[in-house]
Design a protein around this ligand. Structure first.
Ligand code: ZN
Length: 270
């Protein structure tokens, strides 16, 4: 049996009923004691839920592009059907003026996000396993979310626009007479939740050049058109803008961004 921290034992000694998990005989041995600062003064059954608020939820994270895409133009330029048009399987993505790539940024933020969501109890799947390979195609990125029956899916990107533009925006699907139609409403809700959390958590302003209040709706993205689960894209800012680029290159910002995205997903999911 795992020893409980002294502070908990002291609390239990004073009032056994205050220690729900232990007093009810619910296997204290099988439970990892929470760090002291996370322990509620009075543990109720709800407390366990609060510690793992995303238990039972499936989230698919799609880190945009891939660090190896430039190595195989033939595979990446292969045309795929995204229902409203044919387009390239994927692209290399953009980069800051000094060469920090969008693929590296999306990979870093996505892996940080995955870690946070797992800590909160979610089952998380990424659409790629590293930042050195090629692909997968945008059609497959959507299919991964569908196969996982994700409760929410998010594709993480950063834009490459004119240098004077800055700020972030969310892209949500439109009805196209296709598989995404039934989740357009839920995706819009997810988009709002993530927009609010990203603004609050990072302080990055709404895009100065796309959408209205950082909300944009598109019918030309395979990752959205082919999704049967609630899904959005976030363009975290403009890599060609000096201020946004400085953010992207800062690991502390990327952690803040991941935290904010996790909060947005959680607000939508609970
Ligand atoms: Zn992108």
């Amino acid at each position: 049996m795992r020893a409980l921290p002294a502070s908990v034992l002291a609390l239990c000694g004073l009032a056994v009923s205050a220690c729900g998990g232990v007093a009810t005989g619910e296997s204290a041995a099988g439970r990892q004691p929470l760090p002291v600062e996370q322990q509620p003064a009075v543990e109720k059954p709800a407390a366990a839920k609060a510690a793992k608020p995303l238990e039972g939820k499936v989230v698919v994270i799609d880190p945009g592009h891939n660090g190896g895409n430039f190595k195989d133009p033939k595979a990446i330029n292969k045309q795929v059907n995204v229902l409203t048009k044919w387009k390239a399987c994927d692209t290399t993505g953009t980069a800051t003026n000094d060469g920090y790539t969008e693929a590296a940024y999306t990979w870093d933020v996505s892996t940080r996000l995955a870690k946070i969501l797992k800590q909160r109890g979610a089952t998380v799947k990424l659409t790629r396993a590293d930042n050195t390979s090629v692909g997968p195609c945008i059609t497959e990125r959507a299919a991964i979310g569908n196969r996982a029956k994700a409760d929410a899916a998010i594709s993480v990107h950063a834009d490459g626009a004119a240098a004077g533009n800055h700020g972030f925006h969310i892209i949500m699907p439109k009805k196209i007479g296709g598989p995404v139609d039934p989740v357009v409403g839920d995706s819009a809700e997810l988009g709002l939740a993530v927009r609010d959390a990203f603004k609050k958590g990072t302080g990055v302003p709404y895009s100065t050049y796309i959408g209205s209040k950082a909300l944009n709706y598109r019918d030309d993205l395979g990752g959205l058109n082919l999704s049967k689960v609630p899904k959005i894209f976030i363009e975290c800012g403009n890599m060609r803008n000096a201020g946004d680029a400085a953010n992207f290159k800062d690991p502390a910002f990327r952690q803040k961004a991941a935290q904010a995205l996790a909060n947005g997903l959680q607000n939508y999911l609970s």
